[in-house]
Design a protein around this ligand. Structure first.
Ligand code: DC
Length: 233
């Protein structure tokens, strides 16, 4: 059976990872959260004084990429993926506001995108994967078997991120999160390298008014259609 590559792109905080994880579990394939990789690079940059509000040392960050080892593991106890930066569990820290506020400018650095794109292609070389991000269907895997472009109204997305943070006991301010969501949309869609945009052959999934089950069923239906059209996949 040939490996299958599913690209899930879209705006921030629209539930890409929730759907992608559920689909990965159902199909028994790997799930890769590429946003976590950009977030881990950003955390490294913050910790080494290479990024702070109003200051990004693009050359310094590019030069430090070879010192960063980013890996994932599945935490059975918590039932979730965990991101490691040089062996340290950074899963919670990379979701906080400090990283969220700086991840867009860091991810706009061409050398960062080139390096992470290489790692991501490598991860999809010998296995079936569902990968979520911003440029998976346009740049990382332009020949993906299935491309989903997810979106939702900004207010809905801000509320979801707020609920996620408060559920973990982290402090959160809804208005600040909404500003961050809108600002990231703007930065992600207007950057020079691999801006966020729907691939021409991607299927749009606006989940503003959909349940998780409905989104899951939507993607699984599309996978079934591919398998019917190409029985060897
Ligand atoms: O999916 P997320 O919100 O965790 O992603 C964090 C940031 O990383 C997002 O603002 C843009 C960037 N990103 C990117 O540029 N390309 C990707 N493939 C994934 C994320």
């Amino acid at each position: 059976m040939k490996n299958i590559i599913i690209a899930v792109d879209g705006h921030s905080s629209c539930g890409k990872s929730t759907v992608a994880k559920a689909v990965a579990r159902k199909l028994g394939i790997a799930y890769i959260d590429t946003g976590a990789m950009y977030r881990a690079v950003t955390l490294y940059a913050i910790r080494h004084g290479l990024a702070k509000e109003g200051y990004i040392d693009a050359e310094g960050i590019a030069g430090a990429l070879s010192d960063m080892d980013i890996t994932f593991s599945f935490d059975k106890e918590m039932g979730r993926n965990t991101t490691y930066l040089n062996g340290e569990n950074v899963e919670d820290e990379i979701r906080g506001m400090a990283v969220s506020g700086l991840v867009s400018p860091v991810s706009a650095i061409p050398a960062v995108r080139a390096k992470l794109t290489d790692w991501q292609r490598e991860m999809g070389r010998n296995q079936s994967v569902i990968m979520d991000g911003r440029d998976i269907g346009t740049t990382v895997f332009p020949d993906a078997d299935l491309k989903i472009f997810m979106t939702a109204r900004p207010e809905v997305r801000a509320r979801r991120r707020y609920d996620e943070l408060t559920a973990k006991g982290q402090e959160a301010n809804l208005a600040e999160i909404l500003r961050n969501v809108e600002e990231r949309d703007r930065q992600d869609s207007t950057r020079a390298v691999s801006p966020l945009r729907k691939a021409d052959d991607a299927i749009v999934l606006d989940n503003s008014d959909m349940t998780r089950e409905e989104q899951f069923d939507f993607v699984i239906e599309r996978v079934k259609e591919i398998k019917q059209a190409h029985p060897c996949k």
